[in-house]
Design a protein around this ligand. Sequence first.
Ligand code: NAP
Length: 272
Amino acid sequence: MSSPRQRPLAAADRLRRAYGTYAVVTGASDGIGRALAMRLAEAGFGLVLVARRKAVLEALADELEPLTSSRPVVISADLSVPDEIARIDRDTASLDVGLLVAAAGFGTSGPFVDGDLAAELNMIDVNCRALAQLTHIFAHRFAARRRGGIVLMSSLVAFQGVPRAANYAATKAFVQSLAEGLAPELKPLGVDVLASAPGPVMSGFGQRARMAIASGQTPDEVAVGTLNMLGRRTTVRPGFLAKALEASLMLLPRAGRAAMLGRVMAGFTRSA
Ligand SMILES: NC(=O)c1ccc[n+]([C@@H]2O[C@H](COP(=O)([O-])OP(=O)(O)OC[C@H]3O[C@@H](n4cnc5c(N)ncnc54)[C@H](OP(=O)(O)O)[C@@H]3O)[C@@H](O)[C@H]2O)c1
């Protein structure tokens, strides 16, 4: 849980009142999803923890249980399998879910033509297909109860093509665009949608993507910056680094941003 020096989440009461009672968090076994789950437990939400690694989720549930009114529900699921997502819908049907946090995802790196096509397509399944399927399921449920919140994990790379992470950046462009389109559609139904677009984050992401990310934001910084903006805007750059990187890129034309991020990615992949 957060150390005593960490400040409590400013938006905790607002979020609980606006969305209550349960939050479904995908990617809860690691990194940003885990940090979001911890902050939401601290804010008083019941939790549904989703990822593939069951033992890791059970250990997190042990850790969070004292903070929540009921033991977190653990759902071990591979989100690249559509039937597994239908199971998440069924297994949460009796819960008053008010928040979906879709943080599960992964990246690949290197020249696209040299990559393993199966891994590239699997990434589209997890980052895009599963996220759209879950968003569709829970948007329906939230619209029926006339309130809810949806957090989709976008990225700095969503706003232009990125050489050496071309397909990963394309998956994040999908997420960003989906959030921007859905936010005004769902607002009149009482449902808030937020795209969170961090820069580099120190998590399990770099190792799986084979990117040597030497420094970056902490998952907790991303979690706090994201949750505090839910219901307040459609896109957030959570934390100082994300905002600084946006400021340094925003004056460049789109092709210039792509070239700049291609150089950054070359550095990330050279030593990975
Ligand atoms: N780290 C960064 O630099 C960064 C920057 C911007 C945006 N993001 C985005 O933020 C999100 C979270 O990334 P992170 O940094 O927290 O990465 P992470 O530490 O590697 O965590 C990824 C999470 O996704 C889950 N996951 C991966 N594949 C899955 C699958 N097939 N089915 C179910 N769950 C799966 C993992 O759980 P299991 O392995 O247990 O399944 C894990 O909980 C991602 O969408 C990523 O694209 C990351």
